[in-house]
Design a protein around this ligand. Structure first.
Ligand SMILES: NC(=O)C1=CN([C@@H]2O[C@H](COP(=O)(O)OP(=O)(O)OC[C@H]3O[C@@H](n4cnc5c(N)ncnc54)[C@H](O)[C@@H]3O)[C@@H](O)[C@H]2O)C=CC1
Ligand SMILES: O=C(CO)COP(=O)(O)O
Length: 312
């Protein structure tokens, strides 16, 4: 929606009926009911036609939909540069988006990730937003950051693809934890401690996996962490708030009607951390609360009563 008045933008979606309804009403009733979509935004259910005529592809599906989307793209004769906004790992393979691109589109180097603190609703309403666009091709990152920065959407270029991807994925787990913390009414001190120690945990794993320390202090790390641990528009935070109210995970996910990537990311990250011997106590407790029925109050006690250690 932000780009449509400045660039020719065509939205493809797998549901042609919904695309038709959006074209007619200029409203996405299911996902963005409060936003009027610009007249300039085009809709087209023909995947091949959209891809073959594009100068840039932006993939905005949940992590679970990335492999089929890339497989469909791999069948096209020629691809323009492509970027993705997914924040998570592929379930099972535990691959990040750039690793899936390397597997499915090995020849394609004009690729990058767009991430950072950006509730879709606020972006669509034109609220000021700043993001990071990272690519291994730093010229591409710079060109796209310039081309896609419009009015109230400011984009910074970066080259730390894995760091940017990890920030977006790992903060989702912390957003669930913060929702639990606030749902239990543990106070502002507790939330500040959780955000800070959550960032330490994210950075520890991220650096071990090859991300740069500073990336985790930037928009795609700390920025997105602050947004989703404190903002009620976060679906992951909503999962935590509802868990604290005693709702079951199945009920929460059924009621949410949107993806909450942190739910599938948490066990993948806990397993990865354990393989790499990286200490991630908050992530471990989030997993136990989500999947093993650990009561939230017990998780809080366990986190607070670990052995005392140095902060850094
Ligand atoms: N909503 C937000 O504020 C932001 C979301 N993200 C990330 O973007 C990704 C997508 O999130 P949302 O759009 O919010 O999720 P959502 O759950 O609100 O919507 C997902 C959309 O993707 C479609 N989809 C799912 N699998 C597909 C496939 N294989 N092919 C085509 N379409 C498919 C669904 O039909 C639905 O329209 C997630 O990784 C999320 O973390 C990133 C920044 C902000
Ligand atoms: O990543 C987001 C904003 O930057 C959206 O967060 P949620 O997926 O928790 O809603």
């Amino acid at each position: 929606a932000s780009w449509a008045p400045h660039h020719a933008v065509t939205l493809w979606g797998r549901n042609a009926v919904e695309l038709d309804a959006m074209r007619a009403s200029r409203v996405n009733t299911r996902y963005l009911p409060d936003c009027l979509l610009p007249d300039a935004l085009q809709f087209n259910p023909d995947f091949n036609a959209v891809v073959d005529s594009a100068d840039l592809i932006v993939i905005a599906v949940p992590s679970s939909g990335l492999r089929p989307t890339l497989a469909a793209l791999a069948a096209r004769p020629h691809l323009p540069p492509l970027i993705w906004v997914c924040k998570g790992f592929e379930h099972g393979s535990r691959k990040l988006p750039h690793q899936l691109i390397a597997e499915l589109l090995p020849e394609h180097t004009q690729t990058g990730v767009l991430s950072g603190p950006s509730f879709a609703q606020e972006v669509a309403q034109g609220y000021p937003t700043a993001l990071t666009l990272a690519s291994h091709d730093s010229g591409l990152a710079q060109r796209l950051a310039e081309a896609l920065s419009v009015q109230r959407l400011r984009i910074y270029a970066h080259d730390d693809v894995i760091g940017v991807e990890l920030g977006g994925a790992l903060k989702n787990v912390m957003a669930i934890a913060a929702g639990i913390c606030d749902g239990l009414k543990l106070g502002h001190n507790a939330r500040a401690a959780l955000i800070t120690r959550g960032l330490a945990e994210m950075t520890r794993l991220g650096v071990e996996l090859g991300g740069h320390f500073e990336t985790f202090m930037g928009l795609s790390g700390l920025g997105d962490l602050i947004l989703t641990t404190t903002g009620d528009l976060s679906r992951n935070r909503q999962v935590g708030l509802r868990l604290a109210r005693g709702q079951t995970l199945d009920t929460i996910l059924a009621e949410l009607g949107h993806v909450a990537e942190g739910v599938s990311t948490a066990p993948e990250v806990a397993a990865l951390a354990s393989e790499l011997d990286v200490d991630m106590p908050i992530t471990r407790k989030v997993c136990q609360m989500l999947f093993e029925g650990l009561p939230a109050a017990e998780a809080v006690d366990a986190l607070l009563n670990r052995d005392i250690k140095t902060e850094f």
